[in-house]
Design a protein around this ligand. Structure first.
Ligand code: SAH
Length: 344
């Protein structure tokens, strides 16, 4: 089995190159090809000798994301890709254009084992983790195809990023490198369904990424019904970790709250949520649920959404209602891959 070279950190790559008998500056050159230019073959590394390129090809492989399908929204230009991985698995990424630049929403796993009842990504279960290189390759493939430079990354595609923690840390290191894509940690958002022990780990590592928590409920009763992770770490423990995260990092935590008609969108839910978040450096993003056929959920009507937002606002909580991008291309994740695999 060849080594997945794009997932090595710079230091690891340097050791590999030195052990092949080449000077360490070659590692810098290779790192730039892989991470700054995002090339997909050793053959194009024109400042390396033919001999070294052949040696690299014998020992390593560059795992890329091949474009299998591409959709462009006629409404707002949002682009969605279905990417094929080296082993025939599929993942999805979405590129959104904002005033301040391009943001990519990347996948972190093939499938997901978190089992949230409203989410398409988890229906067929978990297949495998993405390597650090595969997470990063989504950015390279999109940039090359669109001829753009992506400035922000959100880990909100398929998978639970904190369930793939080691690879996530490697991804952060490589994507942040000045010899690579040079994307600042502050431009990266990690979204989690609430793996509390990893929230503390991130905090202790002082990695200044933005933390977003998929909350979706104001209490254990509702949350445990829709998000199985809540049975392991209840809402009190989760909010405590988020408060600590905000205190220690001085960074605002965002909460995603997907509104499902008749499940979590009642005014009492908003009041209970406001009570829980009181005094915390945070932000709530309200999202009408995207109806996934098999899940049987209905989105809240706009009146309930505005009412929900009003209650939070009156309680002094920062709240926004998410603007829907790419609504004509089914830009929210998980559904393309399922269709492709025919997963039931
Ligand atoms: N596993 C991580 C990363 C996925 S992010 C997490 O849970 O945060 C994807 C976001 O979309 C999460 O907030 C998820 O809860 C939300 N989501 C999933 N299915 C959805 C649906 N049908 N409608 C609206 N939001 C959904």
């Amino acid at each position: 089995m060849k080594i997945d070279i794009k997932s090595l950190s710079f230091d690891e790559l340097k050791n590999e190159i030195i052990s092949l008998g080449h000077p360490s500056f070659r590692a810098s050159q290779i790192f730039e090809w892989l991470h700054r230019h995002g090339v997909s073959s050793f053959g194009v590394m024109s400042n390396l000798s033919k001999n070294l390129r052949t040696r690299l090809g014998d020992q390593f492989e560059i795992r890329c994301c091949e474009i299998e399908e591409k959709y462009v929204s006629a409404i707002d230009g949002t682009v969605k890709y279905l990417f094929r991985l080296y082993d025939g698995e599929y993942i999805e990424s979405v590129i959104m254009r904002y005033k301040y630049g391009y943001t990519i929403c990347v996948s972190s796993q093939v499938g997901c084992r978190m089992g949230c009842t409203f989410c398409a990504s988890t229906i067929a279960g978990y297949k495998r983790n993405l390597t650090a290189g595969e997470i990063e390759s989504q950015i390279h493939s999109a940039q090359a195809d669109l001829g753009i430079r992506i400035s922000n990354v959100v880990l909100m595609g398929i998978g639970e990023p904190l369930d793939n923690y080691e690879n996530l840390l490697r991804f952060f290191e490589n994507v942040n490198s000045v010899n690579g894509l040079n994307i600042s940690m502050r431009s990266i958002t990690v979204s989690t369904c609430g793996i509390v022990e990893r929230i503390y780990d991130l905090m202790e590592k002082k990695i200044p990424v933005t933390l977003t928590v998929s909350l979706h409920a104001p209490n254990d009763e509702i949350r445990s019904r829709t998000m199985p992770i809540n049975k392991k770490w209840g809402i009190d423990e989760l909010i405590k970790a988020c408060r600590k995260y905000a205190d220690v990092t001085k960074r605002r935590v965002s909460f995603e709250y997907t509104l499902i008609k008749g499940v979590n969108d009642m005014p009492d839910c908003a009041k209970e949520l406001a009570q829980r978040l009181k005094g915390m450096l945070c932000h709530v993003n309200l999202i009408p649920v995207n109806a996934v056929l098999e899940c049987g959920n209905k989105p809240s009507d706009s009146e309930s959404i505005y009412k929900f937002a009003e209650i939070l606002k009156k309680a002094g909580i920062n709240v926004t209602i998410r603007r829907t991008l790419g609504s004509d291309i089914n830009a929210s994740c998980g559904q393309l891959r399922r269709k492709r695999n025919g997963v039931k």
